[in-house]
Design a protein around this ligand. Structure first.
Ligand code: C5P
Length: 409
């Protein structure tokens, strides 16, 4: 699968940088073409000349080399690549990527690319385990960056633990797998489609330390995001506070309140499909305390006043210029499921409502299983009880069929 593939290899300054020559050599041997960017400090560990000799192309190091920038700008570098690989990637470069810093050719190219990026970190074990690096790792994963390694073992600094650059063979395997997945994407049912999904609860602050929430776990929405991604879609997941990791390859925007969720959804339109699986709070506290509300000496109780939150599903379903081709809402009800779901279909301007009974005895809210009804203008379909992952897969299949020729939606 590597034959004729164009790899942009970014090498940053780790003692493991010498292994990058091995990666380049193996890629070339398998028929790929390799362009190399070295950070300035990486040139201390590995010679640009060696890489140029290996790849047959000059290894590029400086952003502000104007002649070169005219010949081959950083945008072209990533435009011409099938995959961008950062190996080894230092803690510093990971931090820059996580924060969108672009202050040299490597980081600028990484900010400018719209290609899949595979990162192979290499650093001292304590740098790897530092909360800042772990935060950056989580952010980069949420941004859809792919990782291979680091391996656990003895390092150049004589310390043992996670932080070693993955072996060149594993990096080549990861490159191969990613290119495979990318190629397959073009044949998948939702390839080329943007699917916007909301998931989880919202938190509505009462004061700086208290909030009103609900029992939504986000499991169904996250399963839908994973299924849509697996079906080849570009997925934006706007998530309320949950304790789930976003599925690989999905762009996850984390929000807290309904208003923030609304704004994030609005920012990420247009999309081909919108699936509104979040349990959005209907109301927010209108008289939020700027400071923590204290008990009153006379024992009188605080009074909360509410105002209405934006209805995100309705905003999307009735959008005058950017309405997705298919808008799917959810209805979590504890009574009159079908009647209430049917009413929501009209009120929110959505095409389908996935209705479920969330009475406590069903165990659906927070649980792993779901039993749903698909409510459409032309009828109601009842699905048997199944895992949330299976509901997601089936629903995504249905959505793909509906888009394909815009079935009788
Ligand atoms: O009105 P209700 O909350 O029951 O409607 C549920 C559907 O509407 C779900 O799809 C939910 O994600 C969406 N919704 C929304 N914004 C709100 C309330 C609900 O997007 N403020």
């Amino acid at each position: 699968m590597l034959a004729k593939k164009r790899i942009l290899l970014i090498i940053s300054s780790s003692v493991a940088a010498f292994k990058a020559t091995d990666i380049a050599r193996q890629l070339i041997k398998k028929g790929a073409s390799v362009k190399v960017i070295l950070t300035k400090n990486a040139t201390e560990f590995v010679s640009p000349l060696t890489l140029a000799a290996l790849t047959g192309e000059a290894a590029i190091t400086e952003l502000f080399d104007l002649t070169r920038e005219q010949e081959i700008g950083h945008i072209e570098l990533s435009r011409d690549a099938d995959l961008v690989v950062v190996a080894p990637c230092t803690a510093n470069l990971m931090a820059k990527m996580a924060h969108g810093i672009a202050d040299d050719l490597a980081s600028t190219t990484l900010l400018a690319t719209d290609k899949h990026v595979l990162v192979a970190p290499a650093m001292n074990v304590r740098m790897w385990l530092h909360p800042a690096t772990q935060r950056n790792l989580a952010q980069l994963k949420a941004d859809g960056i792919h990782f291979v390694g680091p391996d656990v073992g003895m390092m150049a600094c004589n310390e043992e633990g996670p932080g070693r650059l993955a072996e060149p063979e594993s990096i080549i395997e990861a490159i191969d797998a990613l290119l495979d997945a990318r190629i397959d994407d073009s044949k998948k049912p939702l390839s080329g489609k943007h699917v916007l999904i909301t998931a989880g609860p919202t938190h509505e602050p009462i004061d700086p330390v208290r909030y009103i929430a609900n029992r939504s776990s986000g499991k169904q929405g996250y399963a839908l995001a994973a299924a849509a991604r697996a079906a080849g879609a570009e997925v934006t997941l706007v998530s309320g506070p949950v304790s789930l990791d976003p599925p690989a390859g999905v762009t996850c925007i984390r929000v807290e309140t309904a208003q923030q969720m609304h704004d994030a959804v609005s920012d990420h339109l247009p999309s081909d499909v919108a699936i509104m699986a979040a349990a959005v709070a209907d109301w927010k506290v209108a008289n939020q305390g700027a400071e923590k509300i204290k008990k009153k000496p006379d024992g009188s109780l605080p009074e909360l006043h509410f105002s209405e939150n934006p209805d995100i599903a309705r905003f999307v379903g009735t959008h005058p210029s950017q309405r997705p081709n298919l808008v799917v809402g959810f209805a979590a009800e504890t009574q009159n499921l079908e009647t209430n779901a049917g009413a929501k279909l009209k009120k929110k301007g959505v095409d389908w409502i996935i209705a479920n009974d969330v009475s406590p005895e069903t165990g659906i809210m927070g649980g792993d299983r779901n039993s749903v009804k698909i409510v459409r203008a032309d009828g109601i379909e009842t699905w048997p009880d199944m895992e949330k992952g299976e509901v997601a897969q089936r629903l995504i299949e249905r959505i793909a069929q509906a888009l394909d020729g815009m079935m009788k939606v």
